[in-house]
Design a protein around this ligand. Structure first.
Ligand code: ADP
Length: 247
């Protein structure tokens, strides 16, 4: 499914929090059809990069090009509409809503005031059920989200992202805090979705997971891209080992 054309291109991205440059001249490309990895030590700016790409924060400088269009000035909803979806390091499900309601709600700009008013019927609910089936969570559709394990919540969040049918799916630590069986399943689902044409950008600390799944891999250090390559190239790069993998 890889075309080699950049689906997402980040150039010279900068984000300052007070005196701290969390992202400092960061540049990288996510090729269309790839499963691209973004790794780096804690605090190197990975989550902030996600937050700049999806417009959670505005960048102080730099360009973000998505699908041939400059997007760094677009509002969050506009970027989502263009096909950028993401999950979060800390799950953001509505605990008092059911699994199915949570997935249906993902398709609307849901607000707390609508709590309890989600209609779980019609085409949206049918689509949500299909996606729950895909992630293996259909049997839990009527359970409240707060009753799920952390790993199950991650699966529901993946279904939520898929509701929007994004071209680019950004996952923040999909393998973090879940059991080995689920990590394997998560990897298989990502591969399957990739075979259907979805492009991924993945932040993850589990190195075996990243090195097995991702190509290319970009390495961040202090807010900047310090290395880019195949998993083999990254693993053999002395600077990367020194700054990160050697820990
Ligand atoms: P990573 O995801 O690689 O662990 P982050 O992007 O979360 O790194 O953080 C990069 C740096 O920016 C850290 O020093 C962090 O404390 C800081 N930071 C992140 N978000 C904020 C924020 N909203 N306000 C102030 N500082 C922040």
């Amino acid at each position: 499914a890889r075309s080699g054309r950049p689906l997402l291109e980040v150039e010279g991205l900068v984000k300052q929090f007070g005196g701290l440059r969390a992202v400092d001249n960061c540049s990288f490309v996510v090729p269309e059809g790839s499963i691209t990895g973004l790794i780096g030590p804690n605090g190197s700016g990975k989550t902030t990069v996600f937050n700049l790409i999806d417009a959670t924060f505005a960048a102080d400088a730099g360009r973000i090009t998505f699908d041939g269009e400059r997007i760094e000035r677009l509002a969050p909803w506009a970027r989502a509409h263009r096909g950028i979806g993401r999950t979060y390091q800390i799950t953001r499900l509505f605990g008092e809503m059911t699994v199915l309601e949570n997935v249906v709600a993902a398709q609307r700009s849901f607000s707390w005031s609508q709590l309890g008013k989600i209609a779980v019927s019609g085409p949206e609910a049918a689509a949500a059920e299909e996606l729950l089936e895909f992630v293996g969570m259909r049997a839990f559709r009527d359970q409240k989200a707060h009753a799920l394990s952390y790993g199950q919540q991650k699966l529901v969040e993946l279904a939520q992202v898929l509701m929007l049918d994004p071209k680019l799916i950004m996952l923040d630590e999909p393998a973090g805090g879940i059991n080995p069986v689920l990590i394997e399943r998560m990897g298989e689902m990502i591969r399957e979705l990739n075979s259907y044409g979805k492009t991924f950008l993945i932040v993850e600390h589990n190195m075996p997971f990243v090195l097995d799944l991702c190509d290319p891999v970009h390495v961040l250090a202090r807010g900047a891209t310090m290395a880019t390559g195949t998993p083999a190239q990254i693993q053999a790069d002395p600077a990367v080992i020194d700054a990160y993998l050697g820990d």
